[in-house]
Design a protein around this ligand. Structure first.
Ligand SMILES: *[C@@H]1O[C@H](CO)[C@@H](O)[C@H](O)[C@H]1NC(C)=O
Ligand SMILES: *[C@@H]1O[C@H](CO)[C@@H](O)[C@H](O)[C@H]1NC(C)=O
Length: 284
């Protein structure tokens, strides 16, 4: 075999090897509160690796050092997508394993869907506290803005820091013994609900609401349910009217019985005394 034939053979082998690297499939942006991880399939074998190249659409491609010749099928790009309002795409390249050199000029690759952090990241569930006014007709919700995965000057930023006036909260509430729901939208993280029925317990859920987004991305994850406690329920709220009536009747019956017993005893004693007097009189 001469040198040219050997070279041809090696080139063919390299080509067929690279052709056998599977292309990434099902590329998905998984993103909540700006923690953004690109995932795909399949998991690589020892025979190959993945490299991710991302870019603002139309601009230069960039690489994240953690996602070059990597043997995982995900890449955390949270700190890479710095222009939150830009549209990004990412290419996932199937390459030889780390440390293996390759003459490949064009590795097989697939391109992700478009992703804009500001428009597309999911918003996680907020937490909140309740405060009931003295007279029970007003309830104030203190919502804690969820933290993001973004930092500025060493401080973790909240979704309010990012969305500012674009962020609202949607409160869904109902009386605790009813299923009829009401909703209230608030631009503020401190939310006052007024005109509530005194002495009623209410249950609340809160979720972020970003009206400037596409409809299917406007609502964040629903919070846990918190209910107001009613400490000063009047006796009529705690017990039904029927059981109160029964209670009153029972008390009346007991009093009646006591009176009856007292009267009977009194009569007996009086009779006994009179009989005794009679006997005394008779004896004299
Ligand atoms: C991102 O893409 C959307 C939809 O194609 C477009 O409306 C928007 O202007 C783009 N944003 C930027 C910053 O280019
Ligand atoms: C409950 O009762 C106490 C004492 O009677 C009163 O000070 C308080 O304001 C009441 N709270 C509510 C929510 O009605």
């Amino acid at each position: 075999m001469n040198a040219a034939a050997l070279y041809l053979l090696l080139t063919l082998c390299a080509c067929s090897a690279s052709d056998s690297y599977p292309k990434a499939q099902n590329i998905i942006w998984q993103s909540t509160n700006f923690k953004t991880v690109l995932t795909w399939e399949p998991k690589p074998t020892d025979a190959y690796s993945y490299t991710v190249e991302y870019s603002v659409i139309g601009a230069d491609r960039q690489r994240n050092p953690h996602c070059i010749r990597s043997s995982t099928s995900w890449c955390d790009l949270s700190s890479s997508l710095t222009d939150l309002k830009a549209n990004y795409t990412a290419d996932v390249l199937s390459e030889p394993p780390r440390g293996v050199t390759s003459d490949l000029t064009e590795p097989p690759y697939s391109t992700s869907p478009r992703f804009c952090p500001y428009k597309d990241t999911d918003i996680g569930r907020p937490d909140f506290k309740l405060q009931v006014s003295e007279d029970g007709s007003k309830i104030t919700l203190y919502v804690t803005d969820p933290l993001t995965n973004l930092f500025q000057d060493g401080r973790q930023r909240t979704i309010r820091d990012i969305f500012s006036d674009d962020l609202q909260y949607l409160v869904t509430y109902r009386k605790s013994e009813s299923t009829g729901k009401k909703q209230h939208k608030s631009k503020d993280s401190v939310i006052e609900l007024t005109g509530l029925d005194k002495g009623e317990s209410y249950c609340f859920n809160v979720q972020a609401y970003i009206p400037s987004r596409r409809t299917d991305k406007q609502l964040g994850e629903m919070s846990q349910t918190h209910c107001s406690n009613v400490e000063n329920k009047s006796i009529f709220d705690v017990y039904s009217t029927g059981s109160i009536a029964a209670g009153v009747l029972l008390v009346l019956l007991l009093i009646g019985a006591a009176i009856a017993v007292a009267v009977v005893c009194y009569r007996r004693r009086t009779n006994a005394r009179m009989n005794g007097q009679d006997k005394v009189t008779q004896g004299v």
